[in-house]
Write a protein that binds this ligand. Structure first.
Ligand SMILES: *Cc1c(COP(=O)(O)O)cnc(C)c1O
Length: 419
């Protein structure tokens, strides 16, 4: 079959090509950036471990590549795939999601100002507050960006950083509303789309200028690669970020690019299934007498359900949710220890379901008051729904809730712990 950009051959500076608008997500996921090997016909690309590429005469490489930090066939193919899936002209891959953030911040001149939502990923917060400041970039955080972004913009503001949904409370930001305000002042909008994946949300279509992902999560999807990617349309941004990708050299290995590319070929299947599972689990949790509240953008009770309907594919809620359990921190801890299918672990977006307690794990670094102001209470449990069978997952959640409640009752009757 003929699919755009399957011919990976051209001059070395040829950027990843724009996707064809005629192909849909699943087709692009499988075929974009997946040329058959022109020599052997191999349907799956070989892993190009070679760090250097032969030249026929001085400065004239045989193919498109010279040295693997500057460009590598596996990285190119992965980047083309992500550009197609995020409906972008360009994508650039990095050694981690955190590197991707660092490179974007690094591209700003000293003295630049950034406005960010306050509940960003912990590592992003750490970079903004402890690293960016060292090269003269100042970041202002706001818990209500839609209300006060205009007041926070100064003549130095160059970037607005959004995470939608936020972690772990799953609140949403209206990307279009923020982009309209930002663009009036020539400010770029970055959206960290890690939680939704390109299958459920394409921020560039809502006015964002750059979309970033921790590939580590849904895009690779199998919890075995650490990697990041940024996608965008601007030619000048491509020049700048590609220069930094090479100059700083925090690039992913060919093997990781190959694995992540293999992972992304099933992104639509995995993200759809995870979202379906999350919907069923969220509804079961909402109906449970042991639960105080559920944060899930797929529920009608979600305070920004309208934004989910506008921004997400078919109004899907995605695979992530969080909920407050009755019984405080001990109940949250015990719940996560009582699940049989859900593994107690950090991270998300893999085929296997995970649970964690943000206040004691991923978000421990944030002071309690600040944490609770953002809705991250000690009794909040975060769930990453995998692609196991929904019935089994719901049954596991139910049995774990029951165990916690039974333990609670025993404790209050004084029979637990041998008393
Ligand atoms: C994990 C994560 C990151 C950081 O990505 P790494 O690949 O771990 O460096 C950034 N943003 C979000 C939303 C994440 O979940």
């Amino acid at each position: 079959m003929t699919v755009p950009e399957t011919n990976g051959h051209g001059p070395i500076e040829t950027p990843p090509r724009a996707p064809s608008p005629v192909h849909k997500f699943g087709t692009l996921a499988v075929h974009a950036g997946s040329p058959h090997d022109p020599v052997t016909g191999a349907v799956i690309e070989p892993i190009s471990l070679s760090t250097t590429f032969a030249q026929t005469s001085v400065g004239v490489p045989v193919g498109e590549h010279e040295y693997t930090r500057s460009s590598n066939p596996n990285r190119w193919n992965f980047e083309r795939s992500i550009a197609a899936l995020e409906k972008a002209k360009y994508a650039l891959a990095f050694a981690s999601g955190s590197t991707t953030t660092a490179i974007i911040l690094q591209s700003l001149a000293a003295g630049s100002h950034v406005v960010s939502v306050s509940d960003v990923y912990g590592g992003t917060h750490r970079y903004f507050t402890k690293v960016a400041s060292a090269h003269g970039v100042r970041v202002t955080f706001t818990p209500s960006i839609e209300l006060d972004v205009e007041e926070l913009i100064t003549s130095e503001t160059k970037l607005i950083w959004i995470e939608s949904p936020s972690n772990p409370t799953l609140s949403l930001v209206d990307i279009r509303a923020i982009a309209d305000i930002a663009h009036k002042s020539g400010i770029m909008v970055v959206v960290d789309n890690t939680f939704m994946s390109p299958y459920i949300q394409n921020p560039l279509e809502h006015g964002a200028d750059i979309v970033v992902h921790s590939v580590t999560k849904y895009i690779n999807g199998h919890s075995d690669v650490l990697m990041g990617v940024a996608a965008f349309n601007s030619d000048s941004l491509f020049e700048r970020l590609k220069f930094l990708q090479n100059a700083i050299g925090a690039v992913p290995s060919p093997f990781d690019c190959w694995l992540a590319h293999r992972g992304v070929k099933t992104l639509h299947l995995r993200a759809r299934e995870a979202s379906k599972n999350a919907q069923v689990i969220a509804e079961a949790l909402e109906a449970s007498p042991h639960v105080i509240a559920v944060n899930y953008p797929g529920l009608d009770s979600h305070k920004q359900r309208k934004i989910a309907i506008k921004q997400h594919r078919n109004g899907m809620g995605g695979g992530m949710l969080s909920f407050r359990i009755k019984g405080g921190k001990p109940a949250a801890d015990r719940f996560c220890e009582a699940t049989q299918i859900f593994t107690l672990a950090e991270s998300l977006g893999g085929v296997e379901s995970l649970v964690e307690v943000p206040a004691s794990m991923t978000h421990m670094g944030i002071p309690k008051e600040q944490r609770e102001a953002a809705g991250v209470f000690d009794d909040l449990v975060r769930v990453s729904c995998g692609v196991e069978d929904a019935d089994d997952l719901v049954a596991d959640i139910r049995q774990a809730l029951e165990q916690v409640v039974v333990r609670e009752q025993k404790v209050s009757n004084g029979v637990a712990n041998g008393h």
